[in-house]
Design a protein around this ligand. Structure first.
Ligand SMILES: [Zn+2]
Length: 100
């Protein structure tokens, strides 16, 4: 099999005796609760919603999907994996500190 073993981060070819890692990044709009009160549900909003739907219909399906969900995959050599690992670990620690 001629599968290429190349690090997407540093561009280095990863030798067969080294493990190659894959990092997957998912990027999507955070789901937030929609707050709709009764005052918002008035008829003139229907026209607004219809305009939005019309605009969406004119858009390329891929274009719409890209705005909702993006997924990237990168191959990493052990060194770059270590690099990402320590940075991500540091970052997630910052974010979870208050929960613990
Ligand atoms: Zn690398």
């Amino acid at each position: 099999m001629g599968a290429k073993r190349k690090c997407d981060n540093c561009g280095r070819t990863v030798p067969k005796n080294e493990t190659i890692y894959e990092i997957k990044i998912e990027l999507y709009a955070k789901a937030e609760d929609l707050e709709i009160d009764k005052d918002d549900l008035q008829e003139d909003h229907m026209a607004e919603i219809e305009a939005i739907i019309e605009a969406l219909e004119d858009m390329d399906v891929e274009e719409v999907t890209d705005q909702v969900y993006e997924c990237y995959k990168f191959d990493l050599c052990p060194q770059c994996r270590e690099n990402f690992h320590s940075k991500l670990k540091l970052r997630s620690k910052e974010n979870t500190q208050s929960i613990e």
